[in-house]
Design a protein around this ligand. Sequence first.
Ligand code: ATP
Ligand code: MG
Length: 414
Amino acid sequence: MSALQPVRGTHDLLPEDMRRFREVADTARRAALCFGYHEVATPIFEFTEVFKRTLGDTSDVVTKEMYTFTDKGGETVTLRPEGTAGVARALISGGLAQHLPLKYFYVGPMFRYERPQKGRLRQFHQTGVELLGVKEPQGDVEVIAIGVEFLRRIGAWDRCELELNTLGDTPSRQAYRRVLIDYLNDFRDRLSKDSLDRLEKNPLRVLDSKDENDQRIVADAPLYSDYLSAEAQDFFGRVKSGLDDLGIAYRINPRLVRGLDYYCHTCFEITCADLGAQKTVLAGGRYDGLVGMMGGPETAGVGWASGVERCSMLLNETPAAARPIAIVPLGEAAERKAAQLAGELRRQDFLVDLGYSGNMGKRMKRANKIEAIVAVILGDDELAKGEVSLKLLDTGEQKNVRLTDLEAALAAYR
Ligand code: ATP
Ligand code: MG
């Protein structure tokens, strides 16, 4: 450990990273806005109970990954590992259930104590949507369509695959649970410790095991789809036909179970093979039981979250920084005028860079280095005539402009 290194699994977003980050986050926000969603932000820490109760005792997140600490007042709080629990808490504490349906979008940092590797960080960021108070399958379809639209806009959708499954309703789960326990019981001596624990507490989660040996055992387990109630099948059928109507391709993956405990009916993941091992870029599902389980009014919910860092890796190019206008004063009077002029232009929302010192050569070099689009050169003689010189840095073309016409002459470079 060195105090001069970033904490393992965290990283700085320097300007280029930040531009990729913004591109992803702004595109997700824009896509959600187009569907009538509103942006919200919940605190980045909550009482630990909020996550413990909602994510369940067997989730990886609760058992291993939470950043939990006691604050100076003796409260146990946790840095949020995901966004849904906070939104559900806000619905309850804000009495928002009277305003359903709610259509929310968020973006922000999440924290999980995981083993850092490519695409897996301890502080990462998610964009997400939550649709609350809609129990119809049209809600699931809409939420998935937002995710697809977002990935289409960042140029990644044609390299992605949507995997879809259903976790059914309570009667289906109960029926399948018994069958699965019977099957897994025969492998007790070979299952991983985590899976044995889950077998006791929440057997469905064994299907989600990352242990290779477990995965081999699970591959031959009875299929949940054979135990779905007629209602659950109908619900799933309507989600699928809704996606078909929108031309959204998907692959049914009967082994797909989400890592978090509160899902029912639809669950989905969008993966991109380009990313290698951590290839899930967006994941979500329906969580009708969540708000009720937290102690609020029974409220249907469906949503997804997407990792901004993973999506950033899918961008085809880094968005360019906006190019500034460089002001280059020559002489003392000009220098004073330059500061004034920069102020005026900035008030008109031009991007203006003004160096701090140096002769013409040094300042022009800097203008080129920061990739200014044009330099406004202020000489004492020209200024006396009420003129400045504009130099286009890409072509070297140069012309004199009257100060009074400057704003109009620069309009093209705003
Ligand atoms: P995994 O199986 O990869 O651990 P998960 O089920 O824990 O995923 P979710 O909780 O569904 O993931 O999070 C949604 C998305 O957030 C993921 O698909 C991924 O894009 C991103 N994500 C999750 N954990 C991390 C992390 N530690 N670092 C970077 N991105 C992450
Ligand atoms: Mg995880």
